[in-house]
Design a protein around this ligand. Structure first.
Ligand code: NAD
Ligand code: DAU
Length: 335
């Protein structure tokens, strides 16, 4: 057996980062150091039951060079998930998005440059802006960047920093841009957990605008397996789009949740739309499938939503403390 692969996973106590940490620790000979600031979006519990000799949590900020440099120096590879991740929050206060998503990525890249460390950058399909509902094309690795929100603009900027550091300084980097994730441990501010927990509480689902907006849903464990493949076998300098052919409009997703939870088809209300709301995202994952042979395990969204509903019903102790505060912020905006 070769030596342990030492990964530094930023944002590893968040929704997707923690799923990736669980995936990585399930592989042989992998040690993970998580660097996470433990913002409102983090959950220690999501990685707490993993073996202590394989996973270590360091509480710190990716925008702090003093915290970042020694951790990058000690790692074989960095996987950068840490971000401010919620569009609605970026409309209320963009400031932490600029600091964490842009300055945080810059800080990691400078450390990676100093130490020559392998770097994988986690990004989003939102950097490409949106598509018309009837556009036959989907996003590819060649689609032009056209972000709409403060969140997606800072993610787009962070991707461009990575590309510039790769070209100008030769850092060994890859980038992935994934579509909308769902699954366990997702914060109740996000669409699917918000609807599930509101419906469990006896409320009505809250749909922005007309509900015609389309998202391309992927289970968080499929995102993790794709990132693992890119980290191990992706070509240095390349970008890979991650998606699982999961396009659905929001109204359809809400109707599936209503049916799973045994509610009436009209237990929903249309609320104030999001400013600048992207109409449709859709990923063409051909490159990832053809080059790396990756396939999603979850191809049935309704079955995945059923598991997710069960998970939230069983984990009320976890989401309950965040629910009232999150809903108060939405209510203040008429959402
Ligand atoms: P999340 O908000 O659930 O978790 C973010 C994590 O980053 C939290 O644990 C938080 O404490 C940590 N963090 C925030 N600021 C930090 C800082 N300055 N220093 C260190 N840690 C910090 O986010 P998520 O939904 O898990 O998203 C993770 C990554 O995946 C992000 O880069 C996001 O842009 C990207 N992404 C998300 C989706 C999605 O559907 N949620 C899709 C594609 C890409
Ligand atoms: O596409 C990837 C992106 O997906 C990630 O980069 C982001 O980090 C992640 O938050 C997500 O962004 P979205 O803005 O697509 O996700 P959100 O869960 O906020 O909303 C999904 C859709 O549902 C969107 O069209 C807005 C709508 N919505 C959202 C909420 C919270 C509603 O209709 N009602 C709601 O209550």
């Amino acid at each position: 057996r070769g030596p342990m692969q030492r990964l530094l996973v930023t944002g590893g106590a968040g929704f997707i980062g923690s799923a990736f940490v669980r995936h990585a620790v399930a592989q042989p000979d992998t040690h993970v150091t998580v660097l996470d600031k433990l913002t409102y979006a983090a959950t220690r519990e999501s990685i707490a039951d993993l073996p202590a000799d394989r996973v270590e949590l360091v509480v710190g900020d990716v925008a702090d060079p003093g915290a970042v440099d020694p951790l990058v120096a000690a790692a074989d590879a960095v996987v950068h998930f840490a971000a401010e991740s919620h569009n609605d929050n970026s409309l209320s206060d963009p400031s932490p998005f600029v600091t964490t998503n842009l300055v945080g990525t810059f800080t990691l890249l400078e450390a990676v440059r100093r130490h020559g460390t392998r770097y994988h950058h986690i990004s989003t399909d939102e950097v490409y802006g949106d598509l018309e509902l009837d556009d036959p094309e989907r996003f590819t690795e060649h689609t032009a960047y056209r972000p709409s929100s403060p969140y997606s603009a800072t993610k787009a900027g962070s991707d461009l920093l990575v590309r510039a550091w790769a070209r100008s300084f030769g850092i060994p980097a890859t980038i992935s841009n994934c579509s909308n994730n769902y699954g366990p441990w997702q914060h109740v501010e996000k669409f699917i957990p918000r609807q599930i927990t509101t419906l469990l509480d006896g409320g009505r689902a809250k749909v922005y605008g007309t509900g015609a907006n389309v998202r391309d849903w992927i289970h968080v464990d499929d995102h993790s397996s794709a990132v693992w493949e890119i980290l191990q076998r992706g070509r240095i300098g390349e970008t890979y789009l991650i998606g699982a052919d999961g396009e659905q409009d929001n109204l359809h997703v809400v109707r599936m949740l209503l049916s799973i939870l045994g509610k009436g088809a009209d237990d929903l209300e249309m609320v104030t739309d999001r400013a600048g709301h992207d109409l449709r995202y859709a990923i063409d994952p051909t490159k990832l499938r053809d080059e790396l042979g990756w396939r999603p395990r979850f191809s049935d969204l309704e079955a995945g939503l059923r598991d997710t509903v069960e998970w939230y019903a069983a984990h009320e102790d976890w989401w309950r403390p965040a629910k009232a505060e999150t809903e108060a912020a939405y209510a203040a905006r008429g959402q």
